[in-house]
Write a protein that binds this ligand. Structure first.
Ligand code: 6PG
Length: 263
């Protein structure tokens, strides 16, 4: 891990996000899993339950494996409730299903009560499921300012700057008055269920997990506040969320200049 600045906690004085850069995805996964375990164990002393929304796509796979391999005992999974930041509108058996990936790489390999798994039902009618899942999130989380307050939301970033399933051509979802909404992948037309911007902003912790040199350009644009980032949902939520941490591998951070503080 490249340490350019001491300290592990968010720079509360400046409100700047914490940026951690790792030589490999394996090292990133190991560090994030250890940080998550510490956070969950600390939180459950106070709140008993830790509500986390998982991200989808490919990046979390290595992190879920690390959690399943080394933290099945160290994390009190009976106190952890799993949600999803987004899901593709496909059955849980479909290769595109974010739930299927989480089941294979994490859920099926840890001892977590079924009642703690809050799956987005991808095979349901999208609009009805967006409404149903909004209610499920509300029913199982604390509320703040009229919005559900999750303890942590994991997010990835697409090459087009999307995050969760909020795409650049659907920026209105950043300001939706719904907790979950239906979105459409701009290239494939695939329908998605996604949490909306305010839910992300309200989370006690937002963690971006990003790897690969194909993300270097979008990461540079976002973290160096370039004009192009104005069209990126990931940049918008990172600006407004309260406590943002970036876990990047060296490739994704490859275009950042030295002025970009990281730990
Ligand atoms: C999804 C995700 C999406 C993902 C990014 C990055 O369902 O696809 O939630 O926001 O995090 O597209 O995906 P990769 O990790 O596959 O690069």
């Amino acid at each position: 891990m490249m340490k350019k600045k001491a300290g592990n906690d968010k720079n509360i004085m400046t409100g700047e996000p914490v940026i951690r850069i790792f030589p490999t995805m394996d090292r990133l996964a190991r560090a994030f899993a250890a940080d998550l375990s510490s956070k969950i164990n600390a939180e459950v002393q106070k709140h008993k339950i830790f509500n986390i929304a998982l991200s989808g796509g490919n990046t979390p796979r290595i992190i879920f494996d690390e959690l399943a391999d080394h933290y099945s005992g160290a994390i009190p999974w009976k106190n952890v409730h799993l949600f999803w930041g987004d899901e593709r509108c496909v059955p849980s058996t479909h290769p595109d299903s974010n739930y299927k990936m989480a089941w294979q790489h994490l859920i099926d390999r840890i001892n977590i009560p079924g009642a703690n798994i809050h799956r987005i039902v991808g095979e349901a009618k999208p609009e009805a499921e967006a409404t149903r899942y909004s209610r499920e999130i509300s029913d199982f989380t604390r509320s703040r300012n009229g919005w559900p307050e999750l303890d942590m939301i994991l997010l990835g970033v697409g090459e087009d700057g999307h995050t969760a399933s909020i795409f650049p051509n659907q920026m209105e979802l950043l300001h939706s008055d719904r907790i979950c909404a239906v979105s459409v992948h701009p290239q494939t037309g695939q329908k998605r269920i996604t949490i909306t911007g305010e839910v992300i902003h309200m989370a006690r912790s937002v963690v971006f997990l990003v790897g690969g040199n194909n993300k270097a350009g979008v990461i540079k644009s976002i973290l160096q506040h370039e004009a192009s980032a104005g069209g990126y949902p990931a940049a918008k939520v990172a600006e407004k969320a309260g406590n943002v941490e970036w876990y990047l591998d060296k490739e994704a951070a490859g275009l950042l200049d030295d002025r970009t503080n990281s730990t």
